[in-house]
Each structure stands twice: as structure tokens, then as C-alpha cells.
Design a protein around this ligand. Sequence first.
Ligand code: GDG
Length: 501
Amino acid sequence: MSSPTRSENADYDFVVVSNRLPVDRVVDADGTASWARSPGGLVTALEPVMREADGAWVGWGGQPDLTVDPFEYEGIHIVPVALSEYEIENFYEGFSNDTLWPLYHDVISSPGYHRDWWESYVLVNQRFADVAAAVSAENAVVWVQDYQLQLVPRMLREARPDLTIGFFNHIPFPPYGIYSQLPWRTQIVEGLLGADVIGFQRVADATNFTRAVRRLTPFPTKGTAIEVSTPGLRARRVIARPFPISIDAGSYEALAREPRIQERAREIREGLGNPRTVMLGVDRLDYTKGIGHRLKAFGELLAEGRIDVEDVTLVQVANPSRERVAAYMQLRDEIELTVGRINGDFGTISHQAISYHHHGYPRDEMVALYLAADILLVTALRDGMNLVAKEYVACRFDEDGVLILSEFTGASDELKRALLVNPHDIEGVKETILSAIAMPPRERSARMRNMRKRVLENDVARWSSNFLQTLEKARVGRYDRIAPLELPEELEWTVDRRWSN
Ligand code: GDG
């Protein structure tokens, strides 16, 4: 185990810490193990920064008891952290995915509060902090990612006060009335306050957090600034503000422009029996995504004869997720029962109502699906951002396609020309689906053009550079001289200019 202080070979000036590494351990049929790059947006966003800064990435390799020495992968220094089977059950599936995830998503599912899960969360966070402390050079910048590691900023600051520490929360931060259920609510807030800059997806997440700080700590807050004074440590100004994440929009558009992908999109439509309208849903199979609400609206439209199965097909990709957590097993059963019923009731020999896929696809196929879809349906009940919505927009270089987007996603703050829906309002969702089907081409393209401008301008490279520039200002101590900003009601797309503190 690494020591909690700086080790002899601590020589990375930039360190990213996330639960999962940017590479996955893959084992061939003959038992040979190797590493493959995981396709996530975070990797794409941080890769150029990592290379330039000669950075290290600290994270878990995705399998139990994987004790592997640090290694280099395509120019990135990978520093694996081992998790035991017990820790995967208690820290990861338990506290992260069955306590924090439902609590932070409006308690859509009931969070479990178990002291042994919490103990495991503390221990594992300490391990990540120890490893990060050991590999960080003097005065390094460390960027911690997401809700699994909220105690790491404080643990790291205690071990290494010289570091500049950033934290980004990919999921929502709940209102205090919900957050206050958490028996360990004060420890989590104190853990996060170890960072210099705490980033959230939406304005509402940042204001929820500062409100929790006011209720649970003696630290004064003003707009984006929190004045933290801890006995024995220098008083610091912590900045908590939104940095809405995005995608590598250019690479999605480039793929969509490839003739082979467009050909594949045509094949997909043909395979569906060339319906007039193809609607698409792409989600991890998660109760936050509102897949059931979408199916209900679609099923009712078919039952009422307001759409015809010959004309409209819904393609639903439900990527398997957290399959050992009980709430996810139950959700899968519910969704698949509903899909089966709708297909049984309305399908014909030549036309299925719902083309349902419980597996993941390669990115090429995803882009072909985006191109094949006249309408993308995003009906999340709560979602930090929702990258799928942005990917659809980035792919539609033809300026066609209609985005139906839940107002409970972070993306709805920026994509105002989507058809915004409240997914709980089933009649509203049904009406919106009908308007999307009937929308004239001119209106489709005007809306899509507007959304494309935002997604292409505010891409993920811009997101990471905005965050890191803010962190750099914290590093050189400039915050002490910068007046805190007031948080607006909601985020405008010009966020980057207005928030350039
Ligand atoms: C969390 C927050 C926030 C899905 N199926 C396939 C596939 N995907 C890709 C999508 C997209 C990603 O997975 C899903 O991202 P989302 O943002 O939609 O949702 P979460 O997984 O819940 O992500 C969320 C995000 O973090 C980032 O901060 O936006 O709010 O919950 O990129 O394309 N990719 C491939 N095959 C699939 O079958 N290749």
C-alpha cells in the first residue's frame, strides 16, 4: 500500500482520480489479459491535457482484487487501485450505487442507509487519496471525478496541503430537503470542501450544494464563493459553480459524415420495414432515465389509434447496467414486460412496435442509429447532463431530426430549442410526440441548427479547459482578489463568458 504522503517517485504535475480507469481489463478466450481503452467522453476530454501535462490517471481496473503495478497506456500513466469483492459490494454497488445514486436523483428509488457500506466508502476513498497523494509532485494539480470519491478532496488536502484540488460531480446535487436524509451528510460536504474548485453540471446543483454548506457548516458563502477555515490549515476560498459537461462533438459529426455510416443508417431503416417515423431511445438501463414513462406514452398512442404501428417504430437501446443491484433487476423485468405487452398487442408480422435491445453497440452503430432516427426521445426523470441528447445533435449535420428532451436533464439548460417535456406528464409527452411527428421540415432544421451551434461550440475540450483554467487561478491564489459571482436562476448557454472567473 502506498504511503499517504508524497512518495520518492511522486513526479506527476497533473493527476486525474476517478472510480474507473480510462482503460478496461480484457481477457481473451485463451486467457491472455490486456488493456483496452474505454470509450467514455471523459477519456477523450482529458487525453490531450494528460499528454501535454505528462499526467497520471488513478482509478480502479473494473475487476475484483486486481493488483497491477502502474503502467503506461498510449502515453498516459495508469495507476491502478485495487478493490476487493467485499468493497465492490459495499463501497461501489452499495454506498455509491444504492445510497448516493438514488439520493442524488430525487429518491426515485429508495436509498439504502447501511453503516457497513459507509465504512467501506470511507476506507476506499482513503485508499484513492493515499495513492493520489503518493504519485502527485510538489504543487501538482489533482482533479477528482464524481460521487464515488467525494471524501477524497479533504483526505488529499490533509495529506498534501501543497496540492491544488478540483472536483467535478457528474450527477445532480440534491436539494437540502432530500440531501439531509443522509446520515453522513456533514462528512460528505466537508469532504468536498477539501477542493479548491467544485464543479457541478447545473446552476441548481451548485446552489443546492452551497445551501447544504450553510446548513451544515459554519462557513460563510457568497454566490460562488465559500470561505473555509479549518483549524490548523490556512483559510481558503472554495469556488462552487457550474461547468456543464459536453461531448467530443467534432468526432461525432465526422463519423456521421462517413458514407459507410450513412449507408448503415439506411439499412437500419430498411430493417425496420421503412416506417415513416423512427423514434429512438438510448439509455443505460437505469430508473433515472424514465424509460417506462416513454413506453407508457408510446403504448397509449398506439392503443388510442393516434399512431399506427405501420408508420411509427420505437427503437430502444437499453444498455445493461449495475445488474447486481436489486432495483436494477426489478427495473429490467418491468421494462421487458411492458415491451413484450406492447409488441404483443400492437405488432404485426411485418412491423414491430418496439425494437428493443438489451446490449451495448459500438460507437459506429450508435451514430448510424442517431442518423436513422427522426426523433430522439430523452425522458429522464433526473439526469446530471445527458450526453445522448448532445450526441444526437452533433451527428445531425443534415440539420434534420427532432429532439424531445426532459426538462429534468442538465442538457435542457442549453438545448432550449428541443421540445422540452415533463416526463411525469404522460398526456404532455404524447402530445409532444405527435407534434414531433408532424413538425414541418423548416421548423425541424431551424431548431436543429440552433442546437448544433451550441453543442459544437461548447464541446468537451472547452469544458475541461474552462475547469482547469479556473483551477489554475485557484493555484496561483487569485481567488482571494476576485469578487464572488452571484448565481443566476438558471444557466444560459453563454455560461463560459459570464463565468470566466
Ligand atoms: C453520467 C450522468 C452525465 C450508451 N449506450 C451505448 C453507449 N452509450 C453512451 C452514450 C453516452 C453515455 O454512454 C451515456 O451518457 P449519459 O450522459 O447519457 O448518461 P450516464 O451514463 O448516466 O452518465 C449523466 C454523464 O455522466 C457525464 O457527466 O451526462 O447525467 O448520469 O455517451 O453514447 N455507447 C456505446 N454503445 C452503447 O450501446 N458505444
